[in-house]
Design a protein around this ligand. Structure first.
Ligand SMILES: *Cc1c(COP(=O)(O)O)cnc(C)c1O
Length: 444
């Protein structure tokens, strides 16, 4: 190892901001002695029991994240609808349903999952730009609380489907408030160039048209400006723009029962410091009250902020491959398990399961990569790690948009999932078997 390289490793080790207590996901994800634990469960033991790659979630962490919103809304007429695309595993949906949450769904499949997990259909709201007639029928039959309509064309189709089934569809129009959430372009959704929602300027005429259709009943208004938002300003701006619209719509004789401010609150991936849900909402509610909208029913659609920091993905080092230009740490998790780096160049903190207190002179700066045959299959770039084959690592903040986006690419089984509650661990999803992977296919 050259002197410069040697120094660089050590500088990184000394300046490493990640002391154990600062792990994203703390306090529920923490070192106990040398061992990384989720609540009272040692991840090494879980990895030995269930093999890797393995997703492990903290129930207490999810409930604490939910409690921050519930505190924020104490004494208000408010409904929290978990945006289940963040993590749609049945046991997690069940946990949120039992805690009083409704669900924000984006497909017929999500509707079926939510109902299977015990969701109250009246607390289900249906978002998405491409609802099919079949999905609309299923949602009407189930008696969901609200369709968040995303285009003028969808209004006509939903009206037609509702009339055909003899039901009236409760609707809210998703407005594109044209505010910049200052996040990654792929997860911005409330800017003019995005495919989501109806343009701010078209909102009033669209409400006027919708209110005249016999198959529809206007119940609310909604927006969702993006994801992994770490600043309160875009929320405050979007709220102002939404309240201006409500004033105009009601002046036109169309009452609005609920205002839905969407989701999008960020989590800590890499020292990010998003506002806490209760702190954010105390500011937003102050604005709502100041503008005399405090008595309206409020809805929100948080996804990532309820589950993201509650999960880790445990993976085993298969090979360490030093190179002239780069060193690689090849692990058994890959982009099919953890798609966010490949999709959005997203960052996950990666730590060893065995806490390393001594400065290791043989630590290497490495790219952590999976076995998939794609150069985009990376999990972390330039990480300083002291590992050898057989060691295990935890990829942190893996509770949201990981398992729900997982695929079988390269004919890899999707990982198993475990939910931890104190000292107890529950297997909530089996690892895909080979039979699971071949199911439904036919030879010629
Ligand atoms: C994805 C999504 C959410 C949740 O976003 P998070 O960033 O995970 O909170 C909420 N509402 C809609 C319409 C969405 O598409």
């Amino acid at each position: 190892m050259g002197v410069a390289k040697f120094l660089r490793f050590h500088l990184e080790l000394f300046s490493c901001p990640m002391t154990p207590t600062m792990l994203p996901g703390a306090p529920h994800i923490h070192y106990s002695g040398q061992q990384l634990c989720v609540e009272g469960c040692d991840l090494t033991i879980l990895a030995q029991t269930y093999a890797t790659p393995l997703f492990v979630y903290s129930k207490a962490s999810m409930l604490a994240a939910l409690a921050a919103y519930q505190r924020g809304f104490a004494g208000r007429n408010a409904q929290i609808c978990y945006a289940m695309k963040a993590n749609s595993s049945l046991a997690i949906l069940q946990l949120f349903a039992q805690s009083g949450c409704g669900f924000d769904i984006v497909s017929g499949g999500e509707l079926a999952r939510a109902l299977a997990a015990g969701a109250d259909p009246k607390k289900v709201i249906f978002s998405g730009v491409g609802k099919t007639r079949q999905e609309m029928r299923e949602a009407l039959q189930a008696g969901i609380g609200c369709f968040n309509v995303e285009s003028e064309a969808e209004i006509d189709v939903l009206n037609e489907v509702a009339l055909g089934t003899g039901k009236v569809a409760p609707i809210s129009i998703r407005v594109n408030p044209n505010v910049d959430p200052k996040t990654h372009p792929y997860i911005s959704t409330g800017l003019k160039g995005n495919k989501f929602g109806i343009a701010h300027e078209r909102t009033l005429v669209t409400y006027q048209r919708a209110s005249k259709l016999a198959g529809l009943r206007v119940v609310g208004i909604d927006c969702h400006i993006g994801s992994q938002i770490t600043d309160e300003a875009p929320y405050l701006d979007a709220m102002d723009r939404m309240l201006d619209l409500v004033t105009g719509i009601e002046a036109a004789g169309i009452p609005i029962e609920h205002i839905d401010f969407g989701g999008g609150l960020g989590i800590n991936y890499n020292g990010d410091t998003p506002p806490q849900a209760d702190a954010l909402w105390s500011k937003l509610l102050a604005k709502l009250d100041a503008r005399e909208f405090g008595s309206y029913k409020l809805m929100i659609e948080p996804g990532r902020s309820l589950v993201g920091n509650a999960g880790v993905c445990v993976t085993e080092v298969l090979y360490v491959k030093p190179g002239e230009q780069k060193n690689f740490c090849i692990v058994d998790a890959a982009m099919n398990d953890l798609p966010r780096p490949a999709m959005y160049q997203a960052f996950h903190t990666i730590v060893p399961l065995q806490h390393q207190t001594e400065l290791a002179s043989s630590a290497l700066v490495m790219d952590v990569v999976g076995p998939i045959c794609e150069s985009g299959d990376w999990i972390g770039h330039d990480r300083t790690l002291f590992v050898q084959a057989g060691d295990r690592l935890a990829v942190l903040s893996a509770g949201a948009y990981c398992m729900s986006m997982a695929s079988n690419y390269n004919s890899r089984p999707r990982a198993a999932e475990v939910l931890v509650d104190g000292a107890n661990a529950y297997l909530i999803r089996n690892r895909d078997s080979l039979a699971d992977q071949l199911r439904g296919e036919h030879l010629l």
